[in-house]
Design a protein around this ligand. Structure first.
Ligand code: FES
Length: 222
């Protein structure tokens, strides 16, 4: 079970909290519907890919922004239990007012991401403020952007670096030409490392500060 906790420790309380927050969850279909109406502000949604459903993994993502106390907490740190998140699954959580894309990447996706040479990248350098998990500016190689050495986990901020729309792709469809995310606002395309490959966005997707332990508890926030 992938469980997002933001001060809701008890499971039953957590589930009750989810149900009280359902109005804050947007499926990608709903998101697109809103987009068609011309709204291009930050819309936060939670979605799990079909891969997760197919394997029967129970995922309980939570967007937690209406409770004032939890909202204050979300500005600093949240924890996400990634155990049970199937290979291929993508989920979105909210941290510090931003959607955070979490992707349990397959071996095929990792191989694709790691085979991309720096020369093919629009933005080959991740500066420290773009990936605060690195102690210095680093090349945008996949190994420097993924959360673990093997590259199974990718955690990026789901905000297009062009004008701030939330790119599509978290449901596994509309992933664009490069298999990562597609920003429908003006056509920016990101690869499976969250690197900009085509379109007007000038930079790779930013990476939040986080730690991922061997127990697969992801802590996002300083
Ligand atoms: S905001 Fe993403 S392409 Fe313009």
């Amino acid at each position: 079970m992938a469980l997002v906790t933001s001060g809701v420790e008890d499971r039953s309380a957590f589930l009750a909290h989810i149900s009280s927050q359902t109005e804050m969850l947007y499926s990608e279909t709903e998101y697109r519907g809103i987009r068609k109406k011309g709204r291009c502000d930050f819309l936060y949604y939670v979605t799990a890919s079909t891969g997760a459903v197919a394997t029967g993994a129970a995922i309980w993502p939570l967007i937690n922004s209406m409770n004032p106390t939890a909202d204050v907490i979300s500005q600093s740190r949240i924890s996400v239990d990634l155990i049970g998140l199937a290979v291929g699954a993508r989920i979105t959580v909210k941290w510090a007012g931003k959607p955070i894309f979490i992707w349990h990447r397959s071996l095929k996706t990792i191989a694709q991401a790691r085979a991309t040479p720096l020369e093919d990248l629009v933005d080959p350098i991740d500066y420290r403020n773009e990936n605060p998990n690195n102690s210095q500016d680093m090349s945008a190689l996949d190994i420097n952007r993924s959360a673990d050495e093997a590259g199974e986990w990718l955690i990026v901020i789901g905000v297009c670096t062009h004008l701030g729309c939330v790119p599509l792709g978290q449901d596994g469809s509309t992933v664009g030409e490069f298999g990562g995310w597609f920003c429908a606002c003006h056509g920016s395309q990101y690869d499976p490392s969250g690197r900009i490959r085509k379109g007007p966005a000038p930079r790779n997707l930013d990476i939040p500060p986080y730690s991922l332990g061997p127990d697969l508890i992801l802590t996002i926030g300083a």
